[in-house]
Design a protein around this ligand. Structure first.
Ligand SMILES: Nc1ncnc2c1ncn2[C@@H]1O[C@H](COP(=O)(O)OP(=O)(O)O)[C@@H](O)[C@H]1O
Ligand SMILES: [Mg+2]
Length: 273
């Protein structure tokens, strides 16, 4: 578990033997012909198995870069990431990402998209894959839409398909990059319930990037706050509320407000939810 159990702290928790993910002193620069962007500066964090950690911070502070580095999609210039104690050198089926844009294959139907995700599991027979695809589509409430095509789906349904596609190969770690950012409030609220239900059934380790404070307080065991660029983790907050949580819960709103106040402090201006 965490070495540091405080409601608010500015020091990063120290990695422990039980950490599922360890990010150690990661820095990243992007060099283009016109400029060099210092995206991440000496970022360290650790996530315990079965923990949900939300990462918040101003736009452009390096949240997506951090998630991509944890996924193994981007290489850090300094520092490293360990998953189960092993260095992350590339993407793999144990750490799957759900992006803001669901990035489904339009030429496949809903079932086909989830089956495509299961290509990551060559050990499974086709029958097993089909059974798993049915199961995860039912889990996200889309059992009646298996044969629907992507263009026939609402934004929320597309994101549900993306979630089923990421969950079906049974990754140990789910990395979510503002997955509900483009959805309307009511659809998001349904998905908060879904994510909490799925998490309580599966106890996946989840790193969830968002700029929505209530979303972070609703889903996270902890919320890590990043500074504006170059991104550093400047504060972390424990959210010790029982689950399932409602974004209308007064205590939850209080936690979200404290994170928002701290964020306002880091960017020196207003915060939009
Ligand atoms: N592939 C890239 N090439 C050049 N610059 C990049 C690239 N990816 C991200 N950046 C820059 O790095 C910074 C952090 O980006 P990002 O991680 O997307 O931030 P966030 O997700 O917090 O909005 C931004 O200034 C962005 O323009
Ligand atoms: Mg981003």
């Amino acid at each position: 578990m965490l070495d540091q159990v405080t409601n608010q702290s500015t020091s990063a928790p120290v990695a422990t033997a039980t950490s599922k993910l360890v990010v150690e002193r990661v820095s990243k620069w992007f060099r283009t012909p016109h400029a060099t962007v210092h995206a991440l500066d000496n970022v360290s964090m650790q996530v315990a198995a079965g923990e949900v950690v939300c990462v918040v911070g101003p736009s452009g502070c390096g949240k997506s870069t951090l998630l991509d580095i944890i996924a193994g999609l981007t290489k850090p210039d300094a520092g490293h990431v360990l998953a189960d104690g092993q260095p992350v050198t590339g993407p793999g089926p144990r750490r799957l990402v759900v992006f803001q844009e669901p990035s489904l294959f339009p030429w496949l139907d809903v079932f086909g998209n989830v089956m495509f995700g299961l290509r990551l599991c060559p050990e499974l027979s086709n029958g097993e894959r089909r059974e798993i695809a049915h199961r995860y589509l039912a889990l996200v409430g889309l059992e009646k839409f298996e044969r629907a095509h992507v263009h026939e789906l609402s934004g929320g349904m597309k994101q549900r398909v993306a979630l089923a596609r990421a969950l079906a190969p049974d990754p140990q770690v789910l990395l979510m990059d503002e997955p509900f950012g483009a959805l309307d409030a009511m659809t998001r609220e349904h998905l908060y319930d879904d994510i909490q239900r799925i998490w309580s059934d599966s106890r996946k380790t989840i790193v969830f990037v968002t700029h929505n404070m209530r979303e972070a307080a609703c889903l996270g065991d902890r919320v890590l706050l990043m500074s504006k660029a170059p991104g550093r983790i400047v504060q972390h907050f424990e959210i010790p509320l029982p689950r399932p949580r409602s974004i209308y819960d007064v205590e939850l709103i209080g936690h979200a407000g404290r994170v928002a106040d701290a964020l306002r402090g880091t960017i020196g201006g207003g915060v939009t939810e």
